[in-house]
Design a protein around this ligand. Structure first.
Ligand code: NAP
Ligand code: MG
Length: 503
């Protein structure tokens, strides 16, 4: 089967049937058996079928990966290579990923349930673009020379920090991985990557693609496995200098504790959210309601930056809600391999049950279901973990559903009477990842955008942005920032060299 040409449902299915799954750990440039006997079976949420038995990594594998990364770092095979050459290799890495884009999209889709076409158009495009963007940036990161003191020269240079541990989630598995690998590798570091259990087999493919691109063995190591084993071993490892983490608040804080209790390594946490989309009365209400709903449902709602709360002012309420309901109706779940599915499967049965629990309690708290049913959805096969999008109206800001991250396709609508109340509600959770403002009065929009406590504010859109725009949060959403040129600074040490000049 020519994966490059796959597009229709039957072609995706045929390709899926032919796909071979490999597991193990990728250490020192080789896919090798894990040093543990433990394994687990990866179940596809698409139909509940087991995809493969996966051997998972252990703390011993983390030791081996860190040793390999350290040796690569110390001998300079990457860390001391000319930045231009590192950059070229990263660009080739992006191209290599792109050359296997359909295969990788299919793997992700089967592993975590998002539509294959979506994985191709969004995930694969994102990682390829990210690797190339940082590759092109690699030799443009100039350092500083200060000549302010007569008789001396001060150099302020960026040195790669050493070994970077990257621990990522399953919801945008390759996008998140690209956001860590791009800047860390561009700066000359070696990396030990731990993908989420659900998406470990797609992540392993990256190891061989990095080698193919000319990134030397040992520079990128991949150790799949359980968070509380492999993740914790990375977090506590004395040989790891920096941890870049994306995931939940609880685990992010554990990494801060691991660091404090081990070698004081730097930790960059990028965590969850409960982002509010504020709709002002003069907004394009149809677009505001539809886009906010889309931002809440896309990727089965499993988005850290989901617009999970629509905060609507006064008379804007009914039209914005009607638009959100229409959007929910347009996003029925379907087989992720069907070629044109708007939504696929929720990542697991456990996640589906968790989402439905949130909805049940919200209804008990007084919210009304305006779209969806609050029950699992059958795509016609009687199998798989599917949920049609849900719009909840009459949500009060203090309800559990308005405070906690659901990580499912559920939009909570909160009605407010004034801009001040909208600000208080929008800022009234511990999170601060994203926020949105919808309106036409430029001054009112700007004033409101400034008052929202969030790492990103989207105006008259949601989820837009290019590689130059940093992404991350404030408050409980963590303080790591991915994307943009500044992300490189997370992975470098600033070195000052003071040189006395003979007069
Ligand atoms: P998670 O449970 O925090 O897991 C994230 C990663 O940490 C996984 O690789 C996981 O491994 C590992 N892990 C779990 N327990 C661990 C432990 N005790 N010690 C060390 N590592 C551990 O998050 P998730 O369920 O995969 O993803 C959903 C969360 O990610 C949401 O809260 C979402 O908002 C957040 N997220 C944030 C962003 C952002 O950019 N801010 C982007 C995407 C997602 P295993 O699961 O394999 O055991
Ligand atoms: Mg997990």
């Amino acid at each position: 089967m020519q994966l490059n040409a796959v597009a229709t449902a039957s072609e995706w299915e045929l390709a899926a049937a032919e796909l071979a799954w490999r597991s193990g750990v990728f250490v020192d440039g080789k896919l090798q058996p894990s040093r543990s006997d433990e394994g687990f079976s990866v179940v596809s949420p698409r139909d509940g079928a087991a995809l493969a038995e996966v051997a998972v990594g252990s703390a011993l594998d983390v030791d081996a990966a860190v040793s390999s990364a350290r040796a690569a770092f110390d001998d300079g095979r990457w860390s001391r290579r000319a930045a231009t050459e590192r950059g070229r290799a990263l660009v080739r890495f992006g191209d290599a990923v792109e050359s296997r884009a359909r295969e990788l999209a299919l793997r992700i889709s089967l592993e975590m349930g998002k539509p294959a076409q979506d994985a191709l158009a969004v995930e694969l495009r994102a990682i390829a673009q990210t690797l190339r963007w940082y590759g092109q940036l690699a030799d443009k990161l100039g350092d500083e020379a200060h000549v302010g003191t007569p008789g001396a020269l001060a150099l302020v240079t960026r040195e790669p920090a050493g070994v970077v541990g990257a621990v990522v989630p399953w919801n945008f598995p390759l996008t998140m991985t690209g956001w860590k690998l791009g800047p860390a590798l561009a700066a000359g570091n070696s990396v030990v990557l731990k993908p989420a259990e659900q998406t470990s087999m797609s992540a392993l493919v990256l190891g061989e693609l990095a080698l193919e691109a000319g990134i030397p063995a040992g520079v990128l190591n991949i150790v799949p496995g359980r968070g509380d084993i492999v993740g914790e071993a990375i977090g506590r490892h004395p040989g790891v200098d920096v941890v870049a983490f994306t995931g939940s608040v609880g685990v992010g804080r554990r990494f801060l504790a691991y660091a404090a209790e081990s070698n004081g390594k730097r930790v960059w946490p990028e965590l969850g959210g409960k982002s509010a989309s504020v709709v002002l009365p003069d907004a394009d209400l149809d677009k505001a309601g539809r886009t906010t709903a889309w931002g809440s449902f896309y990727n089965q709602g499993q988005m850290c930056s989901a617009s999970s709360r629509m905060v609507v002012l006064g008379e804007a309420h009914d039209a914005a809600v009607a638009a959100a309901i229409a959007q929910a109706d347009d996003m029925r779940p379907a087989d992720p391999l069907s070629g044109d599915a708007a939504l696929g499967a929720v990542v697991s049965e456990a996640q589906l049950a968790k989402i439905l629990g949130f909805v049940e309690r919200a209804v008990a708290d007084g919210a009304a279901i305006a779209a969806g049913t609050g029950e699992r959805f059958d795509i016609g096969t009687g199998r798989g973990s599917y949920l049609a999008p849900i719009v909840l109206t009459g949500v009060r800001p203090d309800m559990e559903i308005a405070q906690q991250e659901v990580f499912g396709p559920v939009l909570s609508v909160i009605a407010v009477d004034s801009v001040d109340e909208a600000v208080a509600v929008a800022n009234g959770t511990p999170f601060g990842l994203g926020a949105g403002v919808w309106g036409r009065d430029l001054s009112a929009v700007h004033q409101l955008a400034r008052r929202l406590r969030a790492g990103t504010v989207w105006v008259n859109c949601w989820e837009e942005g290019d590689m130059s725009m940093p992404f991350g949060g404030v408050g409980a959403s963590g303080f790591g920032r991915d994307k943009g040129a500044r992300a490189v600074d997370k992975y470098v040490d600033v070195k000052s060299t003071w040189i006395e000049l003979d007069s």
